[in-house]
Design a protein. Structure first.
Length: 146
């Protein structure tokens, strides 16, 4: 069987659908939510551990994480989804992956996905349809192969 996963995501929510063939009906199998991305910047900052100031040369930072808390949370969720993709691939849950994501979040996902899982990506679309109906998501997923 050559199963497909269709991952629909933004920085707050991801929905995973399965389809048995390229154009068969979508079946929603999982929803993942990252509520921290909904928090206000000041709430995120007050909950994060303090940062250590170190002497650095210009342009060099103490860590690779972004300083913007919203961006940090988006990257964190992208890494969580990348782990789920990897685990699904290793378990044989899918052979082909279609990603439909908010344009900025799609870039974060592409960076987070491991090289072997990256090879399974059949299509990637920069659209935010996370809150759309299954019918609308199906139309969008199908358009990836036009």
């Amino acid at each position: 069987m050559s199963a497909y996963w269709v991952l629909v995501a933004d920085s707050v929510k991801a929905r995973i659908f399965r389809r048995l063939k390229k154009f068969s009906p979508l079946e929603e199998i999982e929803t993942l939510v990252h509520p921290e991305a909904r928090l206000q910047r000041q709430d995120l900052v007050s909950d994060r551990p303090g940062q250590v100031q170190e002497s650095r040369t210009p342009g060099e930072s103490a860590n690779e994480e972004p300083t913007d808390p919203k961006e940090y949370e988006a990257q964190s969720f992208a890494r969580e989804l990348a782990r789920r993709i990897r685990n699904g691939r290793v378990a044989g849950e899918f052979q082909h992956l279609v990603i439909i994501a908010d344009p900025h979040f799609l870039g974060l996902l592409r960076k987070a996905v491991d090289p072997e899982s990256h090879k399974t990506i059949a299509a990637a679309l920069a659209r935010n349809v996370t809150r759309e109906s299954v019918e609308r998501i199906t139309q969008t997923a199908d358009s990836a192969f036009d």
